[in-house]
Every structure is written in structure tokens, then in C-alpha cells.
Design a protein around this ligand. Structure first.
Ligand SMILES: Nc1ncnc2c1ncn2[C@@H]1O[C@H](COP(=O)(O)OP(=O)(O)O)[C@@H](O)[C@H]1O
Ligand SMILES: [Mg+2]
Length: 315
């Protein structure tokens, strides 16, 4: 039995999801016999941790501060062991531009892209380079903020006329954005869990997300039951499934992830090629989230999942 602080909430745009993930983790920890210290993360975080001195922190935060290495850095300073990836993996995974450069350098397929800071548009006339970018990426082009999750700020530009407003939307979430080649295909998510007995990370059954209404599933449909269909295990031929799993594991290792994570991929309908979109270092843990669904398909209950993530913490 340990004294486990559950870090949840925070001020990111994914606060509500995190509160739900955190509440569920707390219930599981209690059933597992641990003493639970819930903390809604805010300006009192360091004081709360100093006062309570937990044995370990279960980080159930998503998005800015919680998933980008900030909270992890504070936990390092305070000497409190914590679940999931360390600071450097969080920093790299939370920034799609850093993550995609690492993938491209290593030969892991990720959709072609160009990334710019706001300064490139303000001070260097980057807008004048848009026709060249559009020619290389071809329409539709996906425009997204570098550091944001849950599809917030992501727009599909279908014509040159759509690009400026898509950029404005993405820049409202981050000072850095990327323009990315669109992959027409199926959307796959591969959750990864580290082994508890020192064995390496393993991929859970693949989940396919099938949007029911929108062009792609947006923020609301992602968390509303019934608006996105999920198939687990995804219906894939053995060769594609094993390629997807090994790509996901390679990306997880490349970024230095630990404990658990989820890799989002696209499977091109036209070519059968797989492309890695991103890695989530703290995947959602709500009733409708993909990692718990994948764990269940592998015969791992939610309590079992929480126990395993806690058990993988290096102490
Ligand atoms: N290059 C792309 N081609 C096709 N669909 C994409 C592409 N990039 C993103 N999407 C769609 O947008 C969703 C969110 O994109 P993603 O890169 O995973 O960012 P996040 O989940 O952090 O918001 C994906 O799950 C997919 O449905
Ligand atoms: Mg994603």
C-alpha cells in the first residue's frame, strides 16, 4: 500500500477530461488498497505536495503543463516518483513539430509537413511561401497547432482560400503551427504498456476510430458516447497490424516514453502505407477513452491497468 497523490484537472483545455480520468483513477487506487491524495493542480501544487509528501504521484493530467513536462519537472525537483514518461519524452511528444522531426530523422513514416512560428509570418513574409507549400503538400492540407491535443485548433484546408483562416485558428492555440499532408484513410490508435517485471513495452490490441458524422472526430464527438464508433481489435490483416504495432513501439522508444502511452496513426486507403501522427504520453483514462478499451480487449481490467502503470514507476 502506498500514499498516492492523484494529479488531475489543471488549467489546460483538457481540464474536464482530466477530472474524469483522475476520478476514475482514484476509485481504482482505493479499490487496490492505496491511500489516495487527490490534487486539483493549480498554484498550490508545490505546497500541497510538500505538505502531503506522497510516496508516488499518479499524473492524470492532459495537455499543457500536465503532459508537456512541466509538472514532471516539478515532481523531479521535489524528488517524488511519478507515473508515465519523464520530462524529456513529455517535451518531445507534446510538441508535434519536435516529435515529427525526430520521426523523420529516424525514418519512421509521418505525413510530410512544414512548420512555422508566428514570427515567420510577422517578420519574414512566410505568407508568400504558402503557394509553394500548397503545391508540395497538395490539398486538402491539415493545419494544426504544434502543442495542443484533442483535435483543438485542427482544420482541413480544401482550397488556398481556406489556408489563412486555418492558420489563424491554429495560431490561436500556439505560437507554432504545422501544415501537414492529408492522409485519406483509417484512423488507428495503439496503446502501449510497459511490462511490470522489467519486460519491455508491449502494444495492446489496436483501436480503430470510425467517425460517424463529422469529417473527422472533433473535440465534442471524441468524448460524447455514441458519436464515434470504436472497433477493437481493429479489423486489419496480420501484416498491417504487426507493422502498425512495431511502428508504434519504435516511436514510443524513439521519444523515450515510459510507463504507458498511445500512438495515433493513419492507414492510407490508397497506398496501404502507415503514418504516425503523434504520441500521447498521458492518454485519456475516461470510460470512453481508447487506452482502457484496448486494455479491456487484452483482458486487463481498469484496476489492473492502474496497478500496472503504478507498478512501472521507477523508484
Ligand atoms: N495528416 C492527417 N491526415 C488525415 N487526418 C488527420 C491528419 N492529422 C490529423 N488528422 C485527424 O485529426 C485528428 C487529431 O490529430 P492529431 O495529430 O492526432 O492531434 P491531436 O489528437 O493531438 O489533436 C486525428 O486523429 C485525425 O482524425
Ligand atoms: Mg491524436
Amino acid at each position: 500500500m502506498s500514499r498516492v497523490a492523484v494529479l488531475k484537472g489543471g488549467r489546460s483545455l483538457e481540464r474536464q477530461v482530466s477530472l474524469r480520468s483522475g476520478a476514475r483513477v482514484q476509485d481504482a487506487l482505493e479499490r487496490l488498497g492505496h491511500e489516495v491524495l487527490p490534487i486539483d493542480v493549480g498554484p498550490g501544487l508545490v505546497d500541497a505536495l510538500s505538505a502531503q509528501r506522497p510516496d508516488v504521484a499518479f499524473v492524470a493530467l492532459h495537455g499543457r503543463d500536465g503532459e508537456d513536462g512541466t509538472v514532471q519537472e516539478l515532481l523531479e525537483v521535489m524528488g517524488i516518483p511519478y507515473t508515465g514518461s519523464g520530462v524529456s519524452a513529455c517535451i518531445r511528444a507534446a510538441d508535434k513539430v519536435l516529435a515529427k522531426h525526430a520521426m523523420r530523422d529516424r525514418g519512421i513514416p509521418t505525413p510530410d509537413f512544414y512548420a512555422f512560428n508566428e514570427t515567420a509570418f510577422e517578420a519574414l513574409g512566410a505568407a508568400q511561401a504558402l503557394p509553394a507549400i500548397e503545391e508540395r503538400l497538395e490539398f486538402p492540407i491539415v493545419v494544426k497547432p504544434a502543442r495542443q491535443g484533442s483535435a483543438l485548433g485542427i482544420k482541413f484546408a480544401r482550397t488556398p482560400g481556406d489556408v489563412p483562416s486555418a492558420l489563424v485558428a491554429a495560431f490561436s492555440y500556439d505560437r507554432k503551427v504545422l501544415l501537414e499532408r492529408y492522409v485519406h484513410g483509417r484512423e488507428l490508435a495503439i496503446s502501449i504498456l510497459d511490462g511490470t517485471d522489467g519486460s519491455g513495452p508491449a502494444a495492446l490490441p489496436i483501436v480503430e476510430a470510425v467517425p460517424k458524422e463529422e469529417d473527422f472526430y472533433d473535440f465534442e464527438s471524441r468524448y460524447e458516447i455514441g458519436r464515434t464508433g470504436f472497433v477493437c481489435p481493429a479489423e486489419l490483416d496480420d501484416e498491417t497490424a504487426s507493422r502498425a504495432r512495431s511502428l508504434a513501439l519504435d516511436t514510443y522508444a524513439l521519444l523515450g516514453c515510459a510507463g504507458f502511452g498511445r500512438v495515433d496513426l493513419m492507414l492510407s486507403i490508397e497506398t496501404g502505407e502507415l503514418y504516425v501522427l503523434e504520441v500521447n504520453t498521458i492518454p485519456g483514462l475516461t470510460e470512453t477513452s481508447l487506452l482502457p478499451q484496448a486494455a479491456e480487449a487484452a483482458g486487463i481490467s481498469f484496476d489492473g491497468l492502474v496497478a500496472r502503470v503504478l507498478g512501472s514507476v521507477a523508484r
